[in-house]
Design a protein around this ligand. Sequence first.
Ligand code: MG
Length: 319
Amino acid sequence: MRILIAEDDPISRRLLEVTLGKWGYEVMSCPDGESAWAMLQQPGAPSLAILDWMMPGMDGLQVCREVRQMMTEPYTYMLLLPAKSQKADIIAGLEAGADDYLTKPFDASELRMRLRAGRRILDLQAELIFVREELRTQATHDSLTRLLNRAATCDILQRELERAEREQLPLSIILADIDFFKRINDTYGHLAGDAVLRETSQNMKAVVRPYDGIGRYGGEEFLLVLPGCDNEGAATLAERIRESIESNPLALAEGIIPITLSLGVASNDITQNMEGLIGAADAALYRAKNNGRNRVEIAAHTDTLEDGVLTFPLSPSSG
Ligand SMILES: [Mg+2]
């Protein structure tokens, strides 16, 4: 584990370096508070710091204050080293954000135990962050396909629509639906159906650009948000997705399952309204289904009304 030592007295600093090195720490050290504060702000900085209180310039207390004010994550565990005469100021030190303190001169084995306690806190902190990130992922992602879920995809679309309007940029969406998905489920079973959804998601993700949004919009329906992409670019991308899916049938123990997609493309040149845009893509998707499936259709102005109300019925449930 990496640890930072800030201590202005060269002999004490050297002693700490050697001792901590012996205990297995990877030691970084500096002679003043300014350097400590600069080092703690670097990416990958040590999360454990021993700070001498009395240092010329910025003292240990000020470093604690800066760290707590400016840095929230990852957590830095700070052990302050006051001199005996400063014992009365300890409360100020803890208020400034120090996690613990050890009055000089101190016993090496006590320091070792205090650092061990600090590491326990840091481990717990890391675990909490991991769990929180996991929950965040669960709240915004579809557990089966690992794509964004519907709400998160719509959030992205709304944000990108506003940005595109502000910056006068094109934006397109693609609504894609797996053809005859119900038949796949009925023929090969639901586990095979799940595998088809996962495989299709992965294949689509491999085709789109890294900054495109891609989410599971409904059962076997996917919504792609393509910032900066006009109608023509989106149609080309949709065609590439269609080809990729068609040329990658899924091989399972149950047999080779052919997969095809029908896709509807709509761009913000026909409407800036989110519901209107999705409605237009849905109308185009509906046409792709009616015109034989495994194809791309592009929404026209006639697919929307000014207020964003649909002029077409929803996609056929027959798949
Ligand atoms: Mg000092």
